[in-house]
Design a protein. Structure first.
Length: 305
């Protein structure tokens, strides 16, 4: 039995991590701001003062889709920087055995199509996600510096775009998958014949079902001491249009798509080379994209109201 502090357990990824680790471990949780504002070091320090934990899984973030990043660029950078600094400091002060941080793949340089660990610092992130990505790069830099100076072990796990139950589905906060599910299902129940897609529909993305992502983070608990940086992904992408058609078929809607090329669409293609991470933690996905999309849509319909 491991003693774990799970930060952000009410969020999309955090809920799925909690569902998987809770039966087998002694888990303390910080659900969200209602429990503790982790961007405030004094509040965080006071909250954990009487908790007994050896591991931290940090799923806390101020996050949203492309539109959210354009609307709140300052908070995307400043709030996430505060969270990163505070969590590393708390991990050091409490002598944790391992701090585990999921990292979005947008930290990679914007000009790349396939993401490999060796290329992480070969350029700036794409402008559409620059501030959020920069704050998440800080986790990686902190991991290295805290291990060098304080011998604090941590693992930065760079993950493909995740989707699944408990995700955001409203357009201003969701990623493409959640927004498409919401739009297409709403079109079906409201008998609408068209749905707008941001951009050309040619953008290629790789998707990771959140239960597979949560499983990867839990497998990191078996790592020995060290400073780790690796990807989790399969190097398999799908265009936004093909994804929309998969969702359309699964929902059972028979309308057409309109492409709004006035909207930002981000990087044209991005896939994650996860070969190193698969070996380090002995991980592979349990869900195909079709299976994951079906489960996600079923959950969304059940919880739609």
């Amino acid at each position: 039995m491991r003693k774990i502090l799970l930060i952000g357990s009410s969020g999309f990824l955090g809920k799925n991590v909690f569902d998987k680790i809770n039966p087998d471990n002694d888990v303390h949780v910080i659900k969200g701001k209602a429990d503790c504002d982790v961007s405030n070091i004094h509040e965080l320090r006071d909250y954990v003062a009487n908790l007994d934990f050896d591991y931290i899984i940090n799923c806390a973030a101020f996050v949203g889709g492309i539109a959210y990043g354009y609307k709140y660029p300052a908070e995307m950078l400043s709030v996430n920087l505060k969270i990163a600094n505070n969590i590393y400091e708390i991990a050091k002060e409490n002598s944790v055995k391992l701090l585990i941080n999921p990292i979005p793949n947008c930290v990679y340089p914007g000009h790349l199509n396939t993401y490999k660990e060796e290329n992480l610092w070969d350029g700036p992130p794409h402008e559409s996600v620059f501030n959020y990505a920069l704050s998440k790069r800080m986790y990686i830099a902190l991991g290295s510096s805290y291990y060098t100076q304080y011998n604090l072990s941590s693992s930065s796990v760079i993950m493909s775009n995740m989707y699944g139950p408990h995700d955001h589905f409203e357009e201003n906060r969701s990623h493409a998958m959640g927004a498409l599910i919401d739009k297409i299902y709403s079109a079906k129940i409201n008998d609408k014949k068209t749905v707008d897609i941001w951009g050309t529909g040619k953008q290629v993305r790789e998707w990771l079902y959140v239960k597979d992502g949560a499983n990867a983070l839990i497998k990191c608990l078996n790592l020995s001491s060290g400073n780790y940086l690796f990807n989790i992904g399969e190097s398999k992408g799908i265009s936004i249009l093909d994804l929309a058609n998969l969702i359309k078929d699964t929902v059972g809607w028979d309308g057409e798509f309109n492409f709004d090329t006035t909207k930002p669409e981000g990087v044209l293609e991005k896939k994650v080379d996860g070969s190193i991470g698969m070996k380090i933690i002995n991980w592979e996905p349990n869900y195909s994209l079709k299976e994951g999309v079906k489960e996600t849509i079923d959950w969304y319909i059940k919880n739609h109201e």
